[in-house]
Design a binder for this molecule. Structure first.
Ligand code: PLP
Length: 406
């Protein structure tokens, strides 16, 4: 019999549906000549949101000196600029040594979990979540325990559910704010309550703040790590979203708060950081320019700005569809509408988005791909321009009308 090669057991509970089987079908359809409108990834540049010119130019200008390995944590001017950004966000006591630059925040999320978890350790992860978090915890031998974000309460974390899910194995809590996939932005009192839970149970707080400048309606963002110094915080951010530069792969992680108690863990982070030598160097030359430059995302998110307009178009169209409700996003690039199960008795939401793809050439990601427990949500990315977005909404409405009549 033929010898079969299997993936490792470590991957048994690891999945990432944003680039899963439905995308494979979409690619196949494109090869067959169909135009698919892809609302599956938060990848601004493919929708005409170019990275600021000055960032790209600085990377090009430094290309010749960027061929060498550099410090594992990243080049000094980039880390210094990130340090200044932490001061702007009022995170106390951060030195350049507390800053790690990675190939996107993604690499550092996996690294942070690998360095922390022993088999069976638990991490509190939001439901719905950005699924890399669940995948990174499970890959690292841990167990992601999902706490509820409450749709009826604007998708804010349900504090009682968090408290109920802490066990003696819980090592950390993940907070994604502004949130992917819901677009929620958390008020300070909620952040403080979560910190209090972390304080009581000695949990690390992993705060994913990669959308901290993508804010609508004049909202402002508070970095969780600015609210306490007696808890260990890992704060994640990067160029991908705020500066529309996903492909440069430039992200960072900041260690702050109770660093004293975490010396051994920090040593673990340093080992893993050294093992990959360093992250992509050319992109690191864009970081100082980005953080110190003109914050052009503001023009896009302010009232009347392109992103703000697109959010409104998608939101208004969705809530006008029978049986569809949606919390209006306050930040990020997404919304997470709900289909009333009485009108849309969806059994398998992957099948639901596959049918939408086949029938209307629109690609969405099903809610269960974000570790949402019921097959009654999808994530909508509102990056396409207004005309495309209106067209997509029309197609979704047409699909739903047929679905209701089945
Ligand atoms: N965190 C969240 C919440 C995200 O939505 C994403 C990308 O979509 C990432 C992290 C990954 O970002 P990066 O491009 O820096 O790896």
């Amino acid at each position: 019999m033929e010898h079969m090669i299997h993936k490792s057991h470590k991957l048994h509970n690891v999945c990432y549906d944003i680039r899963g089987p439905v995308l494979e079908r979409a690619k196949q359809m494109e090869e067959e000549g169909h135009r698919i409108i892809k609302l599956n990834t938060g990848n601004p540049q493919v929708f005409g949101f170019d990275a600021p010119e000055e960032i790209t130019q600085d990377i090009i200008r430094n290309m010749a000196v960027a061929a060498a390995y550099v410090d594992s944590k990243g080049i000094f001017p980039a880390r210094k600029a990130i340090m200044h950004y932490t001061q702007e966000k009022k995170i106390a006591d951060v030195t350049v040594e507390d800053i790690y630059i990675g190939n996107g925040a993604s690499e550092l999320i996996v690294m942070a979990m690998q360095a922390l978890l022993n088999n069976g350790d638990e991490v509190l992860v939001p439901a719905p979540d950005y699924p890399l978090w669940t995948a990174a915890v499970n890959l690292s031998g841990g167990k992601a325990r999902h706490y509820l974000c409450d749709e009826a309460n604007g998708w804010l974390p349900a504090l009682d559910d968090i408290r109920a899910k802490v066990t003696d194995k819980t090592k950390a809590i993940v907070v994604i704010n502004p949130n992917n996939p819901t677009g929620a932005l958390y008020p300070d009192d909620v952040l403080k309550e979560i910190i209090e839970i972390a304080r009581q149970h000695n949990l690390i707080v992993c705060s994913d703040e990669i959308y901290d400048k993508v804010l609508y309606d004049g909202n402002t963002h508070t970095s969780m790590a600015s609210l306490a110094d007696d808890v260990l915080f890992l704060t994640f951010n990067g160029l991908s979203k705020n500066y529309r530069a996903c492909g440069y792969r430039a992200g960072w992680m900041i260690v702050s708060g109770n660093k004293r108690s975490a010396q051994d863990y920090i040593e673990g982070l340093n080992i893993l950081s050294s093992m990959r030598l360093c992250s992509n160097v050319p992109a690191q030359y864009g970081i100082q320019t980005a953080l110190g430059g003109y914050q052009s995302i503001d023009d896009l998110v302010k009232p009347g700005g392109r992103l703000a307009r697109q959010r409104d178009i998608a939101y208004e169209a969705l809530i006008a569809m029978p049986g569809v409700t949606c919390v209006k996003p306050k930040g990020a690039l997404y919304m997470f509408p709900r289909f009333d199960p009485k009108m849309y008795p969806i059994k398998d939401d992957q099948q639901f988005v596959l049918e939408l793809l086949e029938e209307e050439r629109v690609l969405l990601v099903q809610g269960t791909g974000f570790n949402w427990m019921n097959p009654d949500h999808v994530r909508v990315v509102f990056l396409p321009n207004s005309d495309d977005l209106s067209d997509v909404m029309h197609r979704i409405a047409r699909f739903l009308e047929r679905y209701r009549k089945r």
